[in-house]
Design a protein around this ligand. Sequence first.
Ligand code: HEC
Length: 504
Amino acid sequence: MKKALFSLIVGLLILFVMLLTTGSGSPTDFDLFLGRFHPALVHLPIGILLVAVLLEILTRSGRFGSYSKAVSAVLFVGAWGAILAAFAGLYLAQGGGYDDWTLTWHKRLGVLIAVLAAGAYWLKERTRNQTHRETQNQRRGFAAVLAGLFLAVALAGHLGGELTHGEGYQTRYMPDALRNLAGLPDKEDLGRLALENPEEATTYAALIQPILDDRCVACHNPNKTKGGLLLDTQEGLLEGGDDGPAVVSGRSEESVLIQRIWLPLAHEDHMPPEGRPQLTIAEAELIRWWIDQGASFEQTLAEAEVTPTVQTILDGYGLDEIRTGIFALDVSPADSTDIEALRAVGVSVTPLAEEEPFLQVRCTNPAACAGDNLAGALQAVTAQVAWLDLGRTEASDTTLEAVSRLENLTRLHLEQTRVTDAGLAHLKGLQFLEYLNLYGTAITDEGLQHLTDLPELKALYLWQTDVTEAGVQSLQQALPDLDVNLGLSLDPPTTQASDEAEES
Ligand code: HEC
């Protein structure tokens, strides 16, 4: 007994010295080789120490009293198992990049287990060797130590799981009822992104920084600036590391950050270093896409140019519908009687898209669509009409007065109608209008001035109107994203033809 206890004390002392002297430094390959025995070794003492607890309970129940001696033997083996596992663990930790808090407590609990196991062994041996019966206090003290041991094993095991498999490992398959009790989201919502406001959420904040936080920040943060690189903030990304900028805007293939992710896993420079949770292909692709798009910190998801691959990835995150424009509005569907009233005027009314409240309205009876009837029928569906086609009808400036109340209109056809410059003034408030067709009308440059405040206007058709190039240019100064279609301009060929005529 004396020798056995002495060996445990020596083992514990060495463990203490190691705990105080090693941190996460630059381990040699051999250190890491030793460290990787930790997961294999650690399950041994866990099992053995639990057997000790179980045996003690059985011996106390009376029927298995003769096993009492076995308890101390099991505790001795368990204590040594805990010491060896802790040794290996300290080597493993030198690799660095673990969550600080979790690692610190996992280490402390690991050492505590070794101490408690050795202490329990000592207590057991002492009572076994005494001549009188175990006193009540001794029994209670021993039970308390075993209870503490049991708790420490459970907690250290839990933290160990979080260290190797990432946070949430233990609760991943917990039933939703329990998850909710613990304040966790339902299982179904894991890995999904719920964006409060997709028009304002930036690609960087919604998609990129969370990936870096998950996979890189453990080693690239103000406390642990590996390679001189900070990846926890925008400034850090811009600044780069010891080897210069990590990101070259618009050029992923020249960005060190991407180059390192793409290196073979076994390559020294591969990031994250081998043995660490790696990026998924989708995560790596999102970062590449973000850099190639200009590595912007301001661009919103709604503005981003989503490639088919990226769309597939976003679908996976539950971002299949980034709702923008009128589709982000909360509009209730139109009353069926109102729709019937509209149809009665002589227009066709169809839904714009499945399960959307918005309507497309097309005038099929040219004479009917000019009068007060249409204006009246539109009154009841001002929020729902998104597309309105009045092309080739009798529509006039008075009709546009009714159109001005269609607050969510995105598309308006007025080609070959009698609308004039004055009528266009009614369109000023249509903040979602994207498409306007004025082909074959009497519009002039003056009319275009009413369009300068339409923030969303992207396409304007002006073929066969009295608008001039100069008029278009001044409109485009106000709306740089606007695409103007003047149709076939007949002027240049005419001059060219007359030039040729002069030459010949
Ligand atoms: C386990 C720790 C660890 C993790 C996790 C980690 N790195 Fe590193 N990283 C390092 C170390 C150590 C260096 C410095 C040694 C080197 O240059 O390889 C480094 C260097 C770098 C450098 C070079 C910086 C320079 O200028 O020298 C880049 C870029 C980089 N890491 C990117 C990443 C990215 C991106 C991730 C996440 C996908 C990541 N790292 C995750 C440890 C880590």
